[in-house]
Design a protein around this ligand. Structure first.
Ligand code: AMP
Length: 593
């Protein structure tokens, strides 16, 4: 196909603002394109060279493109600058200047294939001298281009094509061009796209076969599947109503979704929810996955969360986002903010697709193929049939540092629905954006040995509130965050005189620290919010019989309240009041309280 044909359609697309008109032009374009050129035409029309997940970028700077325009048109650099000031776009400037140039010989018209090959060469050139090669390749294309062609070539290399052709319009157009345009056809085409993430592949199957040919598109290791998404519910009761067969309640980890592709041999690939290849950000997972996944090739999904190496507790998500996009200092970040992935689904096991299996079957497949390691774990799951059990799971999830629960249908039809949001998965979480206004003065009742950077000393402290009525200390958090290195280094010597092997009298907690500490030291902490917990005992029985209050995401303010003795610390009653106030401020929470 001639590149000029494609450019003529682009001009028409650019000129229209109407959706239906754009679709009609796209249909015309797709029908006129030979099947083997469809992938290229589809990628180019979206301003890409390959399906998005491959992350191929042209990487041509504005200055470089200007240089090519100067060389190809014979204009001076200042002429180009002046013209861009007027037109606002180097593509338009290139077209104007190409129209003025004197051509020595008539060259053969550019084909789509030639332009694509040139652009691909530009994208793949790297290393020393690559800038010159890129300019030269671009000049060669522009030398042969008609003005209108030059306009799109320049826009393309700069990443400013902006035709407004998005994947959804292309899916619509494919349904009309190669099927009957019905809703059903559109749904099937989108379904195939959700599995392949490659419009080119879908288009070729359709153009050379029929809708049935889409069935041949199956999972491939290394090619991401669009992720299944969740609906939300107002309360736990609603979830159980929507899932009358019962539900698998899983912790909803607050991190980064990861789809891991593990071949028998070769490169493990990690994809984000938006299908970007994020393998380079998590070398520790790439390394450990092949060991943890026993039956390859496999495709699994999980949530990647940061873990405090000192306490093994889940840290706030921001810690993971600090790693996103980081290329430098990865070693340092890796040891400071190690991550762990909680796997929650499997799409391929032993090379066989399992997406169509109901969720309980997929979960048992996941358990079969995974040998959990320190970094590769399974998402916590409980099958729930009644409200009480649902509430217990939710409380436990919060107490363990998750942001809520993911309820998953266990019905016969609970297949993995790629790219679809529905009530097969329901998320239920609390809004943690609000942080607790008051700080809390906690009494140290225990200490946990540190790990990683804090190995050899203490990594976290167990804190309690004071209950004057019972004259006892009731635990409410394990705090490892917020300490500076000097404080951590000084802890063993500081605590030594008050350390005990046995639990001191009047100390209440379900946790067992490595060392007990006689109530003496008071430390000021802050946290995200108060939640109910089976492990902590502060105010136990005042809100719910078997639960105490816990502070979520506690952090030391660094302030030892040497002015306070342990009985002057925050009381359990004060904590209960803070909890009640918090529920009042966010009434939707009272349903869980
Ligand atoms: P949201 O981003 O709020 O729409 O919630 C959906 C996201 O929760 C998913 O895309 C996952 O990244 C994340 N998630 C955390 N834990 C789980 C789990 N156990 N099952 C499924 N998704 C989970």
């Amino acid at each position: 196909m001639k590149f000029a044909d494609l450019v003529a359609w682009y001009d028409r697309i650019e000129a229209t603002t109407k959706r239906l008109e754009m679709r009609a032009i796209l249909v015309e374009m797709l029908k006129a394109t030979p099947p083997d050129e469809l992938p290229v035409v589809l990628y180019l029309s979206q301003g890409m060279l390959r399906p998005e997940y491959e992350g191929v970028e042209l990487g041509v700077a504005d200055s470089l493109a200007r240089k090519a325009v100067v060389l190809a048109t014979g204009a001076t650099a200042s002429e180009v600058t002046g013209s861009v000031r007027e037109s606002g776009d180097l593509g338009t400037t290139a077209a104007t200047l190409l129209g003025r140039r004197k051509r020595l010989e008539i060259s053969s018209p550019l084909t789509v294939h030639e332009v694509y090959a040139g652009l691909t060469a530009i994208a793949h050139t790297s290393g020393e001298g690559s800038q010159e090669v890129k300019v030269r390749t671009l000049v060669e294309l522009l030398n042969r281009a008609e003005p209108a062609e030059g306009k799109y070539i320049v826009r393309f290399v700069l990443g400013t094509l902006r035709l407004g052709v998005r994947e959804m319009s292309l899916l619509d157009a494919l349904a009309v061009a190669f099927a009957d345009g019905s809703k059903e056809a559109r749904t099937r085409i989108e379904g195939a796209y959700n599995v392949s993430s490659d419009l080119g592949q879908v288009a070729v199957a359709l153009a050379t076969g029929s809708l049935e040919a889409l069935n041949s598109i199956s999972l491939e290791v290394g090619r991401p599947i669009r992720p299944m998404l969740a609906e939300r519910a107002l309360n736990l009761g609603e979830i159980l109503e929507r899932m009358p067969e019962g539900a698998a309640f899983e912790y909803k980890y607050d991190g980064l979704r990861v789809q891991a592709h593990i071949p028998v041999r070769g490169e493990v690939k990690l994809f984000s929810r938006r299908l970007e290849n994020i393998s380079a950000q998590f070398p520790e997972l790439v390394e450990e996955l092949p060991r943890a996944i026993r039956h390859k090739p496999a495709i699994v999904e999980g949530e990647c969360v940061p873990i405090d190496p000192a306490t093994d507790e889940i840290l706030p998500f921001q810690e993971v986002s600090r790693r996103r996009g980081r290329k430098h200092d990865l070693d340092k970040v890796q040891s400071e903010i190690p991550v762990c992935v909680f796997l929650f689904d499997v799409l391929m096991a032993d090379g066989a697709p399992v997406m169509a299996e109901p969720f309980p079957k997929r979960r048992s497949e996941l358990e079969r193929i995974v040998a959990p390691t320190e970094r590769i774990r399974l998402a916590q799951q409980t099958i729930v049939h009644d409200l009480e059990a649902a509430q217990r799971c939710f409380d436990a999830a919060i107490a363990d540092g998750s942001e809520g629960v993911m309820a998953k249908s266990i019905a016969a039809g609970s297949a993995y629905r790629a790219g679809a949001r529905g009530f097969w998965w329901i998320k239920y979480k609390r809004d943690y954006t609000q942080t607790l206004g008051d700080s809390i003065d906690g009494v140290v009742i225990g200490a946990f040995y540190g790990r990683g950077r804090r190995a050899g000393g203490y990594g976290a402290l167990l804190l309690a509130t004071y209950d004057p009525k019972e004259d006892r200390y009731e635990s409410f958090c394990k705090v490892g965050g917020g300490f500076d290195d000097a404080t951590v280094a000084a802890l063993p010597a500081k605590l030594k005189p008050k350390e005990r092997e046995e639990r001191p009298k009047g100390v209440l907690t379900e946790l067992t620290p490595d060392k007990w500490v006689e109530p003496y030291f008071v430390l000021e902490v802050r946290g995200a919010e108060l939640t109910l917990s089976p492990n902590h005992r502060a105010g136990v029985g005042q809100i719910r019989p078997d639960a105490g209050l816990a502070l979520r995401f506690p952090r030391s303010t660094g302030r030892w309240r040497t002015d306070k003795g342990p009985t002057e610390a925050t009381t359990s009653q004060e904590l209960v009041e803070m909890y009640r106030k918090q529920v009042k401020q966010s009434p939707h929470r009272s349903a869980d309280a």
